[in-house]
Write a new protein. Sequence first.
Length: 691
Amino acid sequence: MILGRGIASAQPDTVNVPHSTNGWYLTAHGTIRVLVIFCELDYDKTPSRDPQPNGADHWPKGKLPLWADELFDPHPAPAYLGRITRYYHDMSLGRYTMLGDYIDTVFTIRESEHPTLGNVHSIGSLAVKEANKMDALRTKHGLGIADFDRWKRGGQPGKPKREGPDSPHSYDHVMVITRNSGLTHNQGSVDPGSPGKLFGFESDSQSRFGGMYGMPFEILQHEYNHMLFGGNNFHSGGGNANIFTRYFLCMQGGWSMMGGSNSALLTGNAWDRRRLGWTAPDSPYPIAARDAQGQIVNADLDPLMGDTGVFILRDFMSTGDALRVKLPHLSSTEYPQFLWLENHQTSRRNGKLSDAFHYEHVDPCVKGAVPGIYAFVQVDREKMSGTDIFGGQSDYFRAVPASGFHDYLLRGDTIRYECLWPGPTAPLVQRKSHGNALTGGSELEIVLFDTGQDELKGIPPRIIVDNGAFQDASLFFGNARQAFVPGIHAGLGLGTNPPLANMLTWTNTQGRPLHKSAGPDNRTVHLTDIAIDLVEQRGDGGIVVRVARNRVRITGEARFCADSIVLHRPIDRELPALQAERGATIRIDRSITPTRADKPERTGAKRWWSHATRFTLIDGARMRFDEKATLSLENGSVLHLLTGSSIDLHKKARIKLDPDSRIVLHGDALVRGTRKQLRKLKRSGRMQHMP
């Protein structure tokens, strides 16, 4: 049975009040056609400045690039061939069509005629000056100015864009691509301005890109997407830079329409689609899936409000299906967080070119994307309507790879990695004993390490020595083991790695915190009985998942590390909040991975960029340890039992506390066990009572 809340709220005013579905400066719906200008630079005064003097196979000197016809389709069609046109058609589920055509010659910008050619942002205006030497606009497919003027100029952020031609005409977007400028390759920029009159007409917006080594696909779609999403504070999913303020302590990879050269998947994600209003034509819900009977249902879930049940996620790219789970117990003064699940059947099955890892077709060392669930957490960025919808910080997504989170260690040497553009790197060591589900680093982010000089250094996971297995696979750019595959992975919940829990944030700019106190940052991890099971993957590609409550059992070993952790009671109050089954080990430990970038602490010879873990059982919560189960408190961790909470020990269960750790009992909280167990705890002096 599925218990859902449905949609009962009034529809927002998207005409008079800014709304994200209207786009930033350009429309996010309907059809737009782009005019492309190709150019090259002639450094006739200083030839040594030319980064590519002889041209390249993909773009011969003095000619158009061989891929000129592979960018856009010029006209609407039943099926699109142009890579950029296909990208937007696929991502928008047919709601946004980006067509294009190009002037059918390459223009040469000579240094002797244009002294400012070194300014990469002026390339557009220089290209326009050269193009104007032609007698008239002449495109490959014979289009005129009216074909490039489908929307009125002057679009305002978040406001509806008016369809129809301008008077006089104005190109909706002019895009300049250079072979050998200072933009080299996969660099560029965009703005809502004009490079000057082109054959007598201005443009509403413009962009410029470097295509020295091939089609500049990544930067082209990234920069153009700014016109739909917003400014540099929308960098995410592998498209960010260290100079921008971000929610998480370290820079993130992953996938997003605002991703870039550091993205794993080349697709956008479900948040992107929701933000722009790109829902499936048959869906009444912004976030939708199917129930066990195949009926469409609201998949924006709050399990604390009763949203549980069985859901079928069909292929994300083809259908738009996704599941979003609100992560519980975050106060109204904190950033909200949500876990998203997407079923990517990958390009081999669904035919969507971008549904693949970024570089899997570049080098076989990258283990290609496999069909499965791909997950990420959204932080903040929930407002879609109002005057402040284009605010917020960057890196508002954090990928949740099936390979988990870990306290990576440095091996201590520098070696050459071979997978993708070989160079020097520091190998990361991953050990089973150092799994850190709550605050560890992952393969899809820049992992931070202590430099020994009161600052942290980020290292992308190029090489990981995984429990002795040497992995030179540039895992940061995506790897098959990061997908959740039914039959291989059981799901997410209490004690799993990765977990089903909120994440710590530390909003910062290059390590400098934005908030002097905790502010809206999430500095406590909340553990609950909510779980997501991967039930099966069907022959048609659909993946069945179950969202459930009362999942409190832990087998094997679970290591909990965070500055502050709170364990909440399950919905069934007869159950313990956590049950360590026979032989299980619960380790409450201090995070080796930094949780902040200031005020490192020293204990003996060790230096920490985290607090010792404070683990709290809320009022009435119970922990139960079955036969041969162990509770281990390590590295100064403290376990607080609030009034009414308790620990129940089987006679053959154990509690281990290192010299700096302790258990604190508040009020009538207690530990239940044999006389021998309690006597040993008392004699250790590490169990304290507080009124």
